[in-house]
Design a protein around this ligand. Structure first.
Ligand SMILES: Cc1cc2nc3c(=O)[nH]c(=O)nc-3n(C[C@H](O)[C@H](O)[C@H](O)COP(=O)(O)OP(=O)(O)OC[C@H]3O[C@@H](n4cnc5c(N)ncnc54)[C@H](O)[C@@H]3O)c2cc1C
Ligand SMILES: *[C@@H]1O[C@H](CO)[C@@H](O)[C@H](O)[C@H]1NC(C)=O
Ligand SMILES: *[C@@H]1O[C@H](CO)[C@@H](O)[C@H](O)[C@H]1NC(C)=O
Ligand SMILES: *[C@@H]1O[C@H](CO)[C@@H](O)[C@H](O)[C@H]1NC(C)=O
Ligand SMILES: *[C@@H]1O[C@H](CO)[C@@H](O)[C@H](O)[C@H]1NC(C)=O
Ligand SMILES: *[C@@H]1O[C@H](CO)[C@@H](O)[C@H](O)[C@H]1NC(C)=O
Ligand SMILES: *[C@@H]1O[C@H](CO)[C@@H](O)[C@H](O)[C@H]1NC(C)=O
Ligand SMILES: *[C@@H]1O[C@H](CO)[C@@H](O)[C@H](O)[C@H]1NC(C)=O
Ligand SMILES: *[C@@H]1O[C@H](CO)[C@@H](O)[C@H](O)[C@H]1NC(C)=O
Ligand SMILES: *[C@@H]1O[C@H](CO)[C@@H](O)[C@H](O)[C@H]1NC(C)=O
Length: 559
C-alpha cells in the first residue's frame, strides 16, 4: 500500500499574527496593497509559479483586441473546457459580471472585476503554506480555485491571491485500505482530479467511484460528501494534517459534506470505490404538443404522473436527471446502477403504463430509448459525458430540495408551483431524482456534515433562466430579483422542512445558513473557528462567511 509518498511535503507552521486585524482586505490601488517587489518575493518562494491575472477575454477589448482570437472566444465562452486550463478563469456568468467578457463592446475596457489578481500554480502543500502565510501577513484576500465551476463564484474574488489546485492530479489505487471504519478498496485523489479522470482511473482497476455527472467538475474540494475515508489538509494556520473519523475527527466531519473552501485547503482525498457492475439507462420526453389532446392541462397532468411514480424507482436505487419547461419535459437519463436494461424496463413498467393510460403517452410517443452498459464508465464515456461536456452556467439560478414528505402531502401543490414558475418560459427546472438512503445505497463511511434534509429528499431541483451567451444581459438583474422575490418563495412554500444543495443554489438565498447546512451550522461554525481562527479563508455562502461583507468597492471587510 502506497500512501502519502505522493504528497509528502513538510510544512512550517505559520507565525501566529500579533498585528491588529485590519478592517478590510486590500485591493489593487490601496496604499497597503503589496508592492511588486513583495509579490516577486512570494514568486521566488513558490519556485516561480506565481501567475498574474490577465483575463482571457482581453483579446476582445482595446488596446489588445484581436478579431480572430475574439471570434474563437465568443464561440466557446461558457464551456468548461475553454476556461478550466487558465488559473484565474471561472464559469459563473453572474460573477463574471460583464467585467471582461467577449460580448461587450470592443471599446469597453477589460477590468479585473471579481477575478483574483494573482494565482499560485500549486504543486504541493508547501505552496499552500506559502500562499496562506503571504495572504495573512499582507492582508490580502485568499481564495481556493480548482476548476472554477462554482455557480456562486466561490472560487474567485476581487483582489485575491488564489491557490490554484488544478494541477494536483496524482491518483493512487489502494487495493486494501484498512481502518476501524472502512476496510476495502479505495483511491487517493489529488485536489485537482476531475470527475472524468477519477472514473476513468477507477475503471482501469475494475471499480466505480462517486463523481458528479458533468465530466469536468472537481471531485475533491468542492463536491464530495459521504464516501471519503480521509482528507489530507493544509489548515489556514499552516498545519499539514490528515483528518479521519479517528484523528481530527471534527475536521473530517466538516469536510465531509459541510461545504467547500473554508476549513482548510484539501491536498488529497482518499475515497471508497465499488466493484464495476452492469448499469441500466433509459430516456424519454414529452411536450404539450405530444400529450393526450395537446392541452397544457394534460401536459402538467403527465408531469404529475412522472413525479408520483418516480419515487418508487428511486427506492430501488435508481436515479434520474431531467428538465421541466413550460411546455416540454425531457429526461436526460434514468440510471439504474447494478441493473441491466431489461431489469430497468421492468422497474419502469408501472410509470409507463400510467403515462399511457392517464396521459395518452404511448412508449413510441415518448421516444423511449434504453442505453445501458456493462459498467457505468462505458455509459458515461459513450453517452452521458459527450452530452454534458459543453454544459454551461446561466447567470441566474436557485435551488431547492423536494422531500418525500413534500410529495406525499402535497404533490398537486408542488406541480402547481412548477407550472406557476415556468409560465411564460423564462424560468425552467433541472432536477435530479435520488433516494440517498435507498436500501441499495451503501451507508456513509462515518457520520458526516451533509445537510440532513438530503436524507429525506426525492428531487434536488435547480431553477434557472432560459439564457445563453450572446443573449442580452439587460434582463438579468430583474430576473435575479424575480428569482428571490417570487420564484424561490413560491417553491419554498410548497416544500416545507427542506433545504437546498449548497452547490446548486442562489448566492443570495434567504436564511442560507439554515437552508444549506441545517442544524449542523453552529457545530460547523465552531470547527471553522478552531482550524481558521483569523477567518483567512472566505467563500460566498461558505460556513463562517458572515464574518465578512463586501464594501462599495468590492473589498472584503470584517462585518
Ligand atoms: C456544468 C456543471 C455541472 C455540475 N454537475 C454537478 C453534479 O452532477 N453533481 C454535483 O454535486 N454538483 C455538480 N455541479 C456543482 C459542483 O459540485 C460545484 O460547482 C462544485 O463547487 C465544483 O467544485 P470544483 O472544485 O470543480 O470547482 P471550483 O469552483 O474550483 O471550487 C468550488 C469551491 O470549492 C472550493 N475548493 C476547491 N478545491 C478545494 C480544495 N482543494 N480545498 C478546499 N476547498 C476547495 C473552492 O474554494 C470553491 O469554494 C455542477 C456544476 C456545473 C457548473
Ligand atoms: C514568477 O517567476 C517566473 C519565473 O521567473 C516568471 O516567469 C513569472 O512571470 C513570475 N510571475 C510574476 C507574477 O511575476
Ligand atoms: C478579422 O479582420 C480581418 C481584417 O479586417 C478580416 O479580413 C477577417 O475576416 C476578420 N476575421 C474575423 C474572424 O472576424
Ligand atoms: C457587478 O458590477 C456592478 C458595477 O458594474 C456592481 O455594482 C455589482 O456589485 C457587481 N456584482 C457582483 C456580483 O460582483
Ligand atoms: C503549472 O505547473 C505545472 C506543473 O509544474 C506545469 O506543468 C504547468 O505548465 C503550469 N501552468 C502554468 C499556467 O504555469
Ligand atoms: C383535454 O384534456 C384535458 C385534461 O385531460 C381535459 O380536461 C379536456 O377536457 C380535454 N379536452 C378535450 C377537447 O378533449
Ligand atoms: C439482466 O439481468 C437479469 C437478472 O440478473 C438476467 O436474468 C438477464 O439475463 C440479464 N439480461 C441481459 C440482457 O443481460
Ligand atoms: C402564481 O402564483 C401567484 C402567487 O400565488 C399568483 O398570484 C399567480 O396568479 C399564479 N400564477 C399562475 C399562472 O398560476
Ligand atoms: C413557453 O415559453 C415559450 C418561450 O420559451 C413561449 O413562447 C410560450 O408561449 C410559452 N408557453 C406557455 C404555455 O407558457
Ligand atoms: C428511500 O428508500 C427506502 C427504501 O429503500 C425507504 O425506506 C425510504 O423511505 C426512502 N426515502 C425517501 C426519502 O424516499
Amino acid at each position: 500500500m502506497k500512501i502519502f509518498t505522493l504528497f509528502g511535503v513538510a510544512s512550517t507552521a505559520l507565525a501566529a499574527t500579533t498585528q491588529q486585524l485590519a478592517a478590510c482586505r486590500y485591493i489593487p490601488g490601496d496604499r497597503g496593497w503589496p508592492a511588486v517587489s513583495v509579490w516577486d518575493r512570494l514568486n521566488t518562494t513558490v519556485g516561480g509559479r506565481l501567475l498574474v491575472t490577465n483575463p482571457l477575454a482581453h483579446s476582445c477589448h482595446d488596446p489588445t483586441y484581436d478579431n480572430v482570437t475574439c471570434a474563437t472566444l465568443k464561440h466557446q465562452w461558457g464551456q468548461p473546457a475553454l476556461q478550466i486550463p487558465y488559473a484565474a478563469e471561472f464559469l459563473s456568468p453572474w460573477f463574471q459580471n460583464q467585467s471582461c467578457v467577449p460580448f461587450t463592446d470592443q471599446s469597453t475596457p477589460c477590468k479585473l472585476g471579481n477575478y483574483a489578481s494573482y494565482s499560485i500554480n500549486v504543486t504541493g502543500s508547501s505552496d499552500i503554506v506559502a500562499g496562506s502565510s503571504f495572504a495573512q501577513q499582507n492582508n490580502v484576500r485568499l481564495t481556493i480555485k480548482n476548476t472554477g465551476h462554482d455557480e456562486n463564484g466561490k472560487g474567485t474574488g476581487k483582489g485575491a491571491l488564489s491557490l490554484w489546485t488544478h494541477n494536483l492530479k496524482d491518483k493512487n489505487f489502494i487495493s486494501a485500505y484498512r481502518s476501524s471504519y472502512y476496510n476495502g478498496p479505495a483511491v487517493q485523489l489529488g485536489a485537482g482530479v476531475q470527475g472524468e479522470e477519477a472514473a476513468t482511473f477507477a475503471h482501469q482497476y475494475g471499480f466505480r467511484v462517486v463523481v458528479g455527472s458533468c465530466p469536468t467538475v472537481g471531485v475533491v474540494g468542492g463536491y464530495t460528501q459521504g464516501e471519503a475515508t480521509q482528507w489530507e489538509v493544509v489548515t489556514a494556520t499552516g498545519e499539514h494534517l490528515v483528518a479521519t473519523p479517528q484523528q481530527h475527527a471534527d475536521l473530517y466531519w466538516a469536510l465531509s459534506g459541510g461545504g467547500p473552501g473554508t476549513y482548510g485547503v484539501v491536498v488529497s482525498m482518499t475515497t471508497r470505490v465499488f466493484p464495476d457492475q452492469p448499469v441500466g439507462a433509459a430516456s424519454f420526453s414529452f411536450s404539450v404538443a405530444t400529450t393526450g389532446n395537446g392541452s397544457e392541462d394534460a401536459y402538467w397532468q403527465a408531469v404529475t404522473t412522472f413525479h408520483a411514480q418516480m419515487p418508487l424507482l428511486l427506492d430501488q436505487g435508481v436515479y434520474t436527471t431531467y428538465s421541466v419547461m413550460n411546455n416540454s419535459f425531457s429526461i436526460y437519463a434514468v440510471v439504474a446502477p447494478s441493473h441491466n436494461d431489461t431489469e430497468l424496463t421492468t422497474l419502469l413498467a408501472p410509470m409507463l403504463t400510467a403515462l399511457a393510460q392517464h396521459d395518452g403517452l404511448a412508449p413510441q410517443t415518448l421516444a423511449l430509448q434504453t442505453s445501458g452498459a456493462s459498467n457505468i464508465y462505458d455509459l458515461l464515456a459513450a453517452d452521458l459525458w459527450p452530452a454534458l461536456s459543453g454544459a454551461s452556467l446561466v447567470p441566474v439560478m436557485g435551488g431547492r430540495l423536494v422531500t418525500r414528505a413534500n410529495l406525499d402531502t402535497n404533490l398537486a401543490g408542488v406541480i402547481q408551483a412548477m407550472r406557476n414558475i415556468t409560465q411564460g418560459g423564462t424560468f425552467y427546472f433541472a432536477c435530479t431524482g435520488i433516494n440517498t438512503t435507498a436500501g441499495q445505497v451503501v451507508p456513509p463511511v462515518a457520520d458526516n456534515a451533509v445537510l440532513p434534509a438530503w436524507r429525506d429528499t426525492s428531487f434536488s431541483c435547480i431553477v434557472g433562466v432560459a439564457w445563453s451567451w450572446g443573449d442580452s444581459w439587460d434582463p438579468i438583474p430583474a430576473w435575479q430579483r424575480e428569482l428571490l422575490d417570487r420564484v424561490l418563495p413560491t417553491f419554498e412554500a410548497v416544500t416545507p422542512d427542506s433545504g437546498a444543495y449548497l452547490n446548486e443554489a442562489n448566492y443570495q438565498q434567504q436564511n442560507w445558513q439554515q437552508q444549506f447546512y441545517g442544524k449542523n451550522y453552529p457545530r460547523l461554525r465552531a470547527i471553522k473557528k478552531r482550524y481558521d481562527p483569523n477567518d483567512l479563508l472566505y467563500a460566498v455562502s461558505a460556513v463562517g462567511s458572515e464574518a465578512w461583507k463586501a464594501d462599495a468597492k468590492g473589498r472584503l471587510c470584517r462585518a
